[in-house]
Design a protein around this ligand. Sequence first.
Ligand SMILES: *[C@@H]1O[C@H](CO)[C@@H](O)[C@H](O)[C@H]1NC(C)=O
Ligand SMILES: *[C@@H]1O[C@H](CO)[C@@H](O)[C@H](O)[C@H]1NC(C)=O
Ligand SMILES: *[C@@H]1O[C@H](CO)[C@@H](O)[C@H](O)[C@H]1NC(C)=O
Ligand SMILES: *[C@@H]1O[C@H](CO)[C@@H](O)[C@H](O)[C@H]1NC(C)=O
Ligand SMILES: *[C@@H]1O[C@H](CO)[C@@H](O)[C@H](O)[C@H]1NC(C)=O
Length: 662
Amino acid sequence: MGVPAAGGSCSAVVATTTAAVFLLLLLLCGCGAPAAMAAPGGGGGGEQQYDGGARYKDPRQPLNRRIEDLLARMTLAEKIGQMSQIERENATADVVRGYFVGSVLSGGGSVPAPQAPAEAWVEMVNEMQRAAMSTRLGIPMLYGIDAVHGHGNVYKATVFPHNVGLGCTRDPELVKKIGAATALEVRATGIPYVFAPCVAVCRDPRWGRCYESYSEDPRVVQQMTSSIIPGLQGEIPANGRRGAPFVAGQRNVAACSKHYVGDGGTTRGINENNTAASFHELLGVHMPPYYSAVIQGVSTVMVSFSSWNRVKMHANHFLVTDFLKNRLRFRGFVISDWRGLDKMTSPEHDDYITSVKLGILAGIDMVMIPYTYTEFVDDLTALVRNGTIPTSRIDDAVRRILRVKFTMGLFEDPYGDPSLAGELGKPEHRELAREAVRRSLVLLKNGKPGQKPLLPLPKKAGRILVAGSHADNLGYQCGGWTITWQGLGGNNLTAGTTILNGIKRAVQDHGTEVVYSESPDAGFVQRNKGRFDYAVVVVGEPPYAESFGDNLNLTIPEPGPSVIRVVCGGGIRCAVVLVSGRPLAVEPYVGAVDALVAAWLPGTEGEGVSDVLFGDYGFTGKLARTWFRSVEQLPMNVGDARYDPLFPFGFGLGLETQPSTA
Ligand SMILES: *[C@@H]1O[C@H](CO)[C@@H](O)[C@H](O)[C@H]1NC(C)=O
Ligand SMILES: *[C@@H]1O[C@H](CO)[C@@H](O)[C@H](O)[C@H]1NC(C)=O
Ligand SMILES: *[C@@H]1O[C@H](CO)[C@@H](O)[C@H](O)[C@H]1NC(C)=O
Ligand SMILES: *[C@@H]1O[C@H](CO)[C@@H](O)[C@H](O)[C@H]1NC(C)=O
Ligand SMILES: *[C@@H]1O[C@H](CO)[C@@H](O)[C@H](O)[C@H]1NC(C)=O
């Protein structure tokens, strides 16, 4: 593959200098490569000289001066490089250098090696960074990754509950701590940027990304947005400026609120589809989290694949430029979604140059290309050269990208710090995740009419039965966006504790025998029902992500219903724990079960479930979604005129509550 050479006008950076200034510059530059500062052929462009050095490299200079100084030195190729985000797989040192690549990402599951330790991630990122720093202007590249429920791609990271569970905690302070812990774990792998939080307001659980949404209620999403962003990026000081991109330091990361806007409002929850809504409906339901994100100084915003009233968001100049940038005065950069430009046409990638034109003119600043970077660079270059895209648009994009890089300190600290490796999956973070699991559980039923509540379960019992596909499956309880894009089944994907192991640990000092049978047959239950004090049945959805999770029936997949029928209908008192990314159709089973708990997608710390089942902690979670009776009711959200849910928004029993009559 051909790698273009640095073209155009070079800037004179260091002509004459004293040894002291030179040394200082070396330190500031952090790259130890004098060649990066020498500019043979010098003289170009008519830029101001600054004490014999580059003003943009001087952190004492005002932000805007650094931005303008650097921008004035950049060639078109360097500018377009800044606007390009390519996949890790493509980011060899030659490509990073040759294309002046501004950003690299890991797609879901894109890792340097299976089970790579933190040190290998740091080394990978730093190697790419060394290439970026060795270019003429030494502009650091920004590495980004999806860390939507902890640093989910990374082996042995702490995996927190997905947002659908966090919404039920109604605890923004807890969510802020999760943001801070996630930032540290991401930094432990040398990465300074996350494509999180997802601030979608999911209005239809048939959507495959509904678990990435905190709530159907924009107010809950706003609350969590206002806390997770300062968790990830650090708190803006009391006297600090609101609304400008902000990252506190090297233990925080740049965040990205996504997917702008209306991603959770598509027809029948079809992923990437059309959100039909008036402007004021859009403002009322889907926009509020972006007000919060901008006020909290979110560094970046990702555009949604979806359309608003049949216009692709990736082409929506009104919402991206007029509204987000001009009206809300968002000063960070706007990034496309993965192959978002390709997906502007059907079939995909059909008229790519037109998509590039529409996307950049709409106001997208950085393009998550991620693989076809030669074509992207060629097309964008052609569109600028012939005047279709004005240079002012390119300069706006690059200013925004540089603003984020400068404010986050990337020029001063471009490299990952290997000494943070111990932050990954550390016990304090696992304890926090376990707390989040406890707080996210929602008790939907406890006891049949006329009977005592089943929960809390006694730890001291003769023999108990644990059953169901999700009882001993770490991958299932983590869900999508864990180790791989779609998630995995089984227990060897990463480190963690299954719900079964949590139950075993809870009862181990009480002489209770735990019998585990994933899918017990009816004969076994009939023969043994008198010998079990009670059963815990854990069933739910297999992992999925994005369109693969779209589902129009929302039934509990088999063998879940069979196990409920055999165990709960077979005469053993049973608590059913549902592991799912959304409410499912449970009305057919709810009468047969003694207790029903929504555990959502709890992540690696399954002991959070047993902590609450056995009463060491109370149930405090409240539904952040409406629990429908049947899918025919959907979409149905709190505040709707026709509202007849099985369990309403805000519902959640405590242990002190009387048995329900359900
Ligand atoms: C980028 O990497 C992908 C996946 O390895 C590969 O298929 C593609 O050809 C690469 N793109 C370029 C332009 O080299
Ligand atoms: C929405 O989904 C339908 C059915 O799959 C499809 O025909 C249509 O093109 C989609 N609309 C958008 C805007 O993606
Ligand atoms: C610029 O180039 C694009 C892509 O080749 C083409 O579609 C467009 O018509 C050209 N515009 C002008 C003004 O030449
Ligand atoms: C995990 O188990 C699966 C299924 O048994 C197997 O295919 C995979 O290779 C295992 N992975 C590791 C890392 O051991
Ligand atoms: C429900 O929908 C999912 C996703 O389309 C499908 O895989 C499953 O078979 C359906 N289940 C039933 C019972 O129709």
